[in-house]
Design a protein around this ligand. Structure first.
Ligand code: S3P
Length: 168
């Protein structure tokens, strides 16, 4: 199967908004791993975390990446924690060009703070949970093939830029 584009990045980085626009422009399918998992299991991500725990969610996520390997090239928006499983890396790389959507922590926290569907931040101190996850993951995102700073750019502009890089 052909190679696509895999968007990685912390929660709130805009992987889904950017991915949808980019796929539209490139005329290839868009896949959001979280949405696929919800569709497939018939459960929300929050319910999976609450009922089966994070490790079960990670196993479902890895299985999803293996499934995607058999599908046509797509723009794939991943969950922020996909980078934490070492086994996922060869799978991500095989799916295509791995792009890290980077944003400074302040911007990310503002974005995720407006939403409340992320189980890993449903804690007594969301700011602290956010910071410690960020610290733990920062180095992992660096394994991407390309990093794009999303600060002060709209999803539209980011998709434009990625499209240019992809073509050239
Ligand atoms: C997670 C990020 C979420 C989702 C799940 C776990 C994480 O996706 O996969 O809540 O570990 O960072 P988004 O990055 O789209 O919020």
């Amino acid at each position: 199967m052909g190679k696509g584009i895999v968007l990685i990045g912390f929660m709130g980085a805009g992987k889904t908004s950017v991915g949808k626009r980019l796929a539209e422009r490139l005329g290839i399918p868009f896949v959001d791993t979280d949405a696929r998992i919800e569709q497939k299991t018939g459960q929300s991500i929050s319910a999976i975390f609450a009922e089966q725990g994070e490790m079960a969610f990670r196993a479902i996520e890895t299985a999803m990446l293996k499934e995607l390997a058999a599908e046509p090239a797509a723009v794939i928006a991943t969950g922020g924690g996909i980078v934490t499983q070492e086994d996922n890396w060869p799978l991500l790389k095989a799916l295509g060009w791995v792009v890290h959507l980077y944003a400074p922590t302040e911007a990310l926290f503002l974005r995720v703070n407006r939403q409340n569907h992320r189980p890993l931040l449903q804690t007594e101190n969301p700011r602290e949970s956010f910071e410690s996850l960020y610290q733990a993951r920062e180095a992992l995102y660096r394994q991407a093939d390309f990093v794009l700073d999303t600060a002060n750019r709209s999803p539209h502009e980011i998709a434009d830029e990625l499209q240019q890089h992809w073509i050239n």
